[in-house]
Design a binder for this molecule. Structure first.
Ligand code: TRP
Length: 329
């Protein structure tokens, strides 16, 4: 069984795009692969974050991921900072990665906006990300398109380390979902749905109650020609709703166009809303159960961290020997 590793940042409320674009695929892959999923709190402190907010959002994201169907019996779900081998390997890989290659990372360029006052951690973010994956000898990394460059860097670092010190790391491959179903903001449908860059009314949160989902969908921006048809350029709102329904319902966009032929936006939107509500209902019910029992979430995360550490230790021991650290004790 191939080993899979992926990470998700705890900061920012999670929205339907995170579920449809990432988490749902993770859930589906649990029986096919040996999976590790990590709430990457070390990555979240690369930008300023309130300590209390970080703590809360780390635990609530873990709760949400369990509720979404990541099963602690089949997968290892844990918090990055609970396994200190991530930082140890991160440091060692800092000495393999180069300034030049990190400077080329477009995400850093975007996030730093050319400012010198950003943290060194933000610059170094992709090296820690490489450590996350290489630590577990994972072969596959399911991520979004925006992470392609970080995955290339990770491979380069692994290959360079192996070349310099001898075979040590599996060189991982990105697994980017093929149906780039773009989940867009409902109010500004030319933008990706996002809790940081989007509008509040245009972002569907995973824990939005049914009434709020209905309201957000019914007030989604469309156009005046009244035809349910995809046309990204002229009808971005309707196109976004079609992509959303297609991702939830499984029908293709052309099939949906046929289904809604001759029908108005009102009926179409009602169906979009109800299909989302039905998708989220079991997740929200499990979430309510788990949220009422925080001790259980802590227990599951402790088990997850123990399992992750057991896998990380042999790698870190090998790395220590490879780079020439004197044996301890
Ligand atoms: N950088 C990733 C993102 O923003 C999150 C992440 C951290 C990650 N470590 C990882 C993803 C390791 C895959 C593998 O989406």
């Amino acid at each position: 069984m191939a080993r899979i590793f992926s990470g998700i940042q705890p900061t920012g409320d999670k929205h339907i795009g995170n579920l449809l674009g990432a988490v749902r695929h993770w859930v589906a892959g649990q029986d096919l692969h040996d999976c590790l999923f990590c709430v990457v709190d070390l990555h979240s402190i690369t930008v300023p974050v309130e300590p209390a907010a970080l703590r809360t959002s780390t635990l609530s994201l873990a709760t949400l991921l369990f509720a979404a169907g990541l099963d602690p019996e089949r997968s290892t779900l844990y918090v990055q900072s609970h396994v200190s081998e991530h930082t140890e390997l991160g440091w060692i890989l800092n000495c393999t990665a180069t300034m030049g290659e990190l400077r080329r990372m477009t995400q850093f360029k975007d996030k730093s906006g050319g400012q010198e006052s950003v943290s060194v951690g933000l610059f170094d973010y992709p090296v820690l990300q490489a450590a996350d994956v290489l630590l577990y000898q994972a072969g596959l990394v399911p991520v979004g398109e925006d992470q392609r460059q970080h995955l290339e860097l990770m491979r380069d670092i692994a290959i360079r380390f192996n070349g310099r010190y001898g075979e040590t790391f599996v060189v991982p491959e990105a697994q980017i979902p093929p149906t780039g179903a773009r989940i867009v903001d409902l109010q500004e449908p030319t933008k990706k749905m996002s809790t940081t860059g989007g509008t509040e009314q245009g972002t569907l949160l995973l824990l939005d109650p049914p009434a709020r989902i209905r309201k957000k969908i019914m007030s989604a921006v469309t156009d005046s020609d009244g035809v349910v048809r995809a046309d990204a350029e002229n009808k971005p709102g309707v196109t976004g709703l079609l992509a959303l329904l297609s991702a939830v319902d499984g029908a293709s966009v052309p099939q949906l166009e046929e289904r809604y032929d001759g029908m108005g936006y009102g009926d179409f939107k009602k169906d979009v809303a109800e299909s989302l509500i039905a998708l989220l209902e079991p997740l929200q019910a499990r979430h309510a159960e788990l949220a009422a029992d925080p001790g259980e979430v802590h227990r599951l995360l402790t088990v997850g961290a123990e399992r992750a550490r057991a896998l990380a230790v042999p790698t870190i021991e090998l790395v220590r020997e490879r780079v020439g650290f004197a044996p301890r004790g």
